[in-house]
Design a protein around this ligand. Structure first.
Ligand code: IPE
Ligand code: IPE
Ligand code: MG
Length: 242
């Protein structure tokens, strides 16, 4: 099985999973957290070096207060509960997004978990929290503009690498594979710059139902994709023969 270097997942469909069962949406999120645990552990077992999960978008702040509050406390419990497992599996926790918008207790747990797992080397687990790609890109542009005005950076020297390094994902390779559950064919403001050449896989399976078998199916499909980067199929065959 070809293993992506950086797998990114849009974990969608918790609400619909619950609504289909006439349950409160929050129960869908609770089941979604259990799915996340299973998928994190399977990715670690398969030796995926980087796993990034879209857990809460900058737009998700617009949901009803009760749902936002419940999601924040769910996140906090998850982090506290999983610390031991992250340490056992030598997984380093990383976060991208506007962390300052998160409630203080969640922020503190995040910082502590990142510190405690900082020396782990077997997998980097990044949670995108309060994350919006446009925010991230604007922030990077602002940072570069400040440096230019301060005379630290020559604007004519700004290239793709400079720009990538100004993003929150500076120390990670771009995702080569994106999975979105629950059928929506959109990116929803996730990693717009970094997904430029990612293979995209959308499954109708709702996130709480997404299991190890579904992950293996997705990875099998990834293995069948021909990644062309703008070249022709013929050129790629030539390259692999060389
Ligand atoms: C994804 O599930 C989790 C978050 C966005 C926090 P949703 O809550 O978006 O589920 P649907 O899309 O309403 O089914
Ligand atoms: C994307 O899901 C964000 C997360 C999975 C955290 P949404 O449910 O918020 O996206 P839309 O509203 O369908 O675009
Ligand atoms: Mg959704």
């Amino acid at each position: 099985m070809r293993i992506p270097e950086h797998l990114a997942i849009i974990m969608d469909g918790n609400g619909r999973w619950a609504e289909q069962r006439n349950l409160p949406r929050m129960l869908g999120h609770h089941h979604g957290v259990e799915t996340a645990k299973v998928i994190i552990e399977e990715c670690r077992r398969l030796r995926v070096p980087y796993l990034t999960l879209y857990a809460f978008s900058s737009e998700n702040w617009g949901r009803p207060d009760e749902e936002v509050d419940a999601l924040m406390s769910l996140l906090n419990t998850f982090l506290e509960r999983e610390l031991q497992s992250l340490l056992t599996h030598r997984i380093r926790l990383n976060v991208i997004g506007s962390i300052r918008r998160l409630p203080a207790p969640v922020r503190e747990t995040l910082v502590q978990t990142m510190e405690r797992t900082a020396s782990n080397r077997d997998m980097v687990l990044t949670l995108a929290l309060s994350y919006g790609a446009r925010d991230e890109i604007v922030e990077a542009a602002r940072m570069l503009a400040h440096d230019a005005v301060a005379g630290l950076l020559d604007p004519s020297e700004i290239d793709e690498k400079t720009f990538s390094n100004a993003l929150q994902t500076a120390d990670m390779p771009d995702p080569d594979f994106l999975i979105r559950t629950s059928g929506e064919m959109r990116i929803s403001n996730f990693l717009l710059w970094q997904l430029a050449y990612a293979e995209i896989y959308v499954t109708p399976v709702l996130w709480p139902d997404f299991g190890v078998v579904d992950l293996h199916q997705a990875l099998a499909e990834f293995g069948r994709r021909e990644r062309r980067y703008g070249l022709t199929g013929g050129q790629l065959q030539h390259e692999t023969r060389e």
